[in-house]
Design a protein around this ligand. Sequence first.
Ligand code: ARG
Length: 269
Amino acid sequence: MHRLTAFVLIVLLLATTVAACVPVTPPAAPAAPEAAPAQPLIMGTESTFPPYEFRNEQNEIVGFDVDLANAIAQKLGRELKIEDMAFDALIPALLAGKIDMIVAGMTITEERKKKVAFSDPYYETGLVWVVRADDDRIQTADDLKGKTLSTQTGTTSDIQASKIEGVNMKRFQQFTDAFLEVAAGRADACIVNEPTAIDYVMKHPELKIGGKLQFEGTDRQFNGIAVRLEDTQLLADINKALQELKDSGEYDKMVEKWFGAIRQQQQQQ
Ligand code: ARG
């Protein structure tokens, strides 16, 4: 009898101990996907391309592309992160999944469209050549033949300039170095997109714009945001955000802020 009582007591004791260990409420269910914090949206760029992207005195990357990408990220409910790298590293980085989109004043071309998908065009851009202010030797695109030309590696400027007969190409990772090469007399002309050329020349009177260069038979070129070919949802979201920014007038404000002075200069040419 005593043994039985003791046994019952032990069983009861164990039962209560076990019960005490069992959590009263079931473990919280994993958070619903909507509640999870959104992944940051990673933009890849190359920061020597004003007014699209450049470093200010505080060494922050600012510019039209940064404002545009921030506004898009905000609409997508994601935080924008910026990865600065060499221009010719952007498409490989995108394809390797290191960045989500390229916002780098990148021109939409048929060749690039084989590797990446572009958003609707967000700005128009063309190519020009920049020479020293006192140099009048290069009057037409024909005069570029056989000259020493500087530019940024892997850009449409590089592609186009490299096709000119007899040229000696000097390619740089940074556009600033390509301009310096001309200013220093080590290159005859720098091939670059017109808005960046105007921006640079306005701040560096030792240089001037020589003239316009055609790109592969098209006289109109446009910038687009590039994403991976398979990221169709992201592309649709970006295009929707772009359209909303255009409709609301925010896009126009950004254009005025970053291209206002440049456009005025363009009209005077
Ligand atoms: N528009 C030219 C291209 O697509 C040059 C772009 C350079 N952009 C830059 N962020 N450095 O090739």
